[in-house]
Design a protein around this ligand. Structure first.
Ligand code: GLC
Ligand code: CA
Length: 556
């Protein structure tokens, strides 16, 4: 077993725009993060991942970078960054930045140059194609966020590729000069003292040769056909290995790829230590297990399928083949308690149950800001309250097809990524203490009930349960490295699994439903001490209360 800090730590993700505003302009910023480091320390955070903080015109809230070595105006400046990093180090924390290297902003000077002429030195930093002889677009690729993936450029009379918005042109990784630029950027940040990168849509960086048409089929949502076709191109692993050799191997760092379009069989290729590429990759399969791509919104969770996904990944990446991840929420998803739990009468119980799942699997867990408070989805009542470029583009299409605002909001309110981006709830004061100005995005009206100050003071809060779990995981290495065994693969209602490690064996019992459920322990299994639970009582009596979660030591 290879021990590493990035296996033993969990990762706490901050979406800086929504975390804490220090100067009253309504937008979260870097000094705001610095102000709140003691809060994070209290929770037990050791590793922080910040969504992009680089210069950006914010077409996609920072996932469109116009200068990779400078700070976004709204977030502060390099001095603010240096101070934040120094304050993190003082508290023994590590910092992971978000590398958005599949595409840049169209306002990046590389692209500003590239679009000028066909012989511009930056031309080959991007991907250009001419229209077909009949005038049609180079291929049938659709951008994930809006219409065709090709945008016309007048000066050169051809098209550039953008898998996301037209303001996010794809970078050409076939060009060694471009790759060198990216590696230099990574060195720049490592030399400042950061500890790693989360890599945005990294499976997309190598494009299929000849850019062949996406083979759409009726049995699959278009989004899935596209992402599978764009991901895992022929030179991907060559590029990642090169990045490892040129950059990553020179630092004691962590690297995690956003594994869009990646299944367990390809997943292992990213993380197998022998291959020398990345440390971890995080997948989407379980998050999609209750997505209704056809009708929009969410459908009932297929928990059997959900657990199979966890098992398949666990089996595909055994100890010697690398390391796994797990998450229930991030800045692209709905709030986990609203999606996988019950954000009404069992909000606290179900948020704690989900936390128990997240922090006891054989993975590095990723916790998204506000999850530790059990923050819920926000009721949006008009399209005017929305900000996300993806959602707003979808609304245009929805309207064109005759859909009403009311119907659109139904989808938004169950399954949009805007919910993750509403401001962090700090206290019960105006705008939940996030800003003294006008917040850039609606504040969840439930902030008087759910907020950090209240949660820190309440011993029964989701926050204090997280804190206890984080400590438990730190103190029991078997909960990190121990072998995973799913004891209820066929249950739609219960999730019971064991962890067997060198320092002890553990049993995790989770009731996934709002009803009391029976569970018969395997006869050979003897339970020891209850290490943590979300209800009163230290014994297991064969029944689990709604959303009950218990972690026991196994004695026999
Ligand atoms: C990733 C990010 C998402 C962003 C997209 C384009 O999926 O997580 O927020 O919009 O890439 O960069
Ligand atoms: Ca601000």
């Amino acid at each position: 077993m290879q021990r590493n800090w990035w296996k033993e730590s969990f990762v706490y993700q901050i979406y800086p725009r929504s975390f804490m505003d220090s100067n009253g302009d309504g937008i979260g910023d870097i000094p705001g993060i610095t102000q709140k480091l003691d809060y994070l320390k209290d929770l037990g955070v050791e590793t922080l991942w910040l969504s992009p903080i680089f210069k950006s015109p914010n077409d996609d809230n920072g996932y469109d970078v116009s200068d990779y070595c400078d700070i976004m105006d709204e977030f502060g400046n390099m001095d603010d960054f240096d101070e934040m990093l120094a304050e993190m180090k003082k508290r023994g924390m590590r910092l992971v930045l978000d590398l958005v290297a599949n595409h840049s902003s169209d306002e990046h000077h590389w692209f500003q140059e590239a679009k000028k002429s066909k012989d511009n030195p930056y031309r080959d930093y991007y991907i250009w194609r001419e229209a077909n002889p009949d005038g049609s677009l180079p291929n049938n690729w659709q951008s994930i966020f809006e219409g065709p993936a090709w945008e016309y450029n007048e000066a050169t009379d051809d098209y550039y590729l953008h898998l996301f918005t037209r303001k996010q042109p794809d970078l050409n990784w076939e060009n060694p000069k471009l790759r060198k630029e990216i590696y230099d950027i990574m060195h720049f940040w490592f030399k400042k003292g950061i500890d790693g990168f989360r890599m945005d849509v990294i499976p997309f960086i190598s494009k299929r040769e000849g850019l062949p048409d996406v083979p759409y089929n009726d049995n699959e949502p278009a989004m899935i056909s596209q992402t599978n076709w764009y991901a895992n191109g022929p030179r991907l692993h060559e590029f990642l290995h090169e990045m490892h050799e040129e950059v990553l191997k020179h630092y004691d760092c962590m690297s995690v790829g956003e594994g869009i379009g990646v299944g367990p069989d390809d997943g292992v290729l990213y993380v197998d230590p022998e291959r020398k590429e990345l440390n971890m990759v995080y997948y989407f399969d379980h998050i999609y297990s209750n997505r209704d791509f056809k009708e929009g919104g969410l459908k009932d969770i297929d928990w059997i399928g959900f657990k199979k996904i966890i098992r398949d990944w666990d089996e595909a990446i055994p100890e010697e083949k690398g390391w796994n991840t797990f998450y229930l929420g991030n800045h692209d998803q709905v709030r986990s308690v609203s999606c996988f739990g019950n954000d009404k009468e069992y909000r606290v119980e179900s948020a704690k149950m989900l936390a128990t799942m997240l922090l006891t699997l054989r993975v590095t867990p990723y916790v998204y800001q506000g999850e530790e408070l059990g923050m819920t989805n926000t009721p949006f009542s008009s399209v005017e309250e929305l900000n996300d470029v993806w959602i707003l583009n979808e609304y245009e299409v929805f309207k064109e097809n005759g859909g009403s605002e009311e119907d659109f909001l139904k989808h938004v309110n169950t399954a949009s990524r805007e919910h993750a981006r509403t401001p962090f709830l700090w206290n019960d004061k105006e705008h939940a203490g996030f800003t003294t100005g006008k917040p850039w995005l609606k504040v969840n009206p439930n902030y008087t009930e759910i907020n950090a100050v209240k949660a820190q003071q309440d011993p029964g809060s989701v926050f204090n349960f997280y804190k206890e779990l984080i400590k438990l995981r730190k103190d029991h290495k078997g909960l990190i490295y121990g072998l995973y065994n799913d004891l209820t693969p066929d249950s739609q209602e219960l999730f019971v699994f064991s962890r067997k490690g060198i320092d002890g064996n553990y049993l995790i019992l989770l009731n996934l439903t709002d009803k009391e459920k029976e569970y018969v322990l395997p006869s050979e299994l003897g339970l020891g001490k209850l290490l943590i639970g979300n209800y009163e009582g230290n014994n297991f009596n064969g029944r689990l209360k709604p959303y009950q979660a218990m972690v026991f030591e196994i004695v026999a």
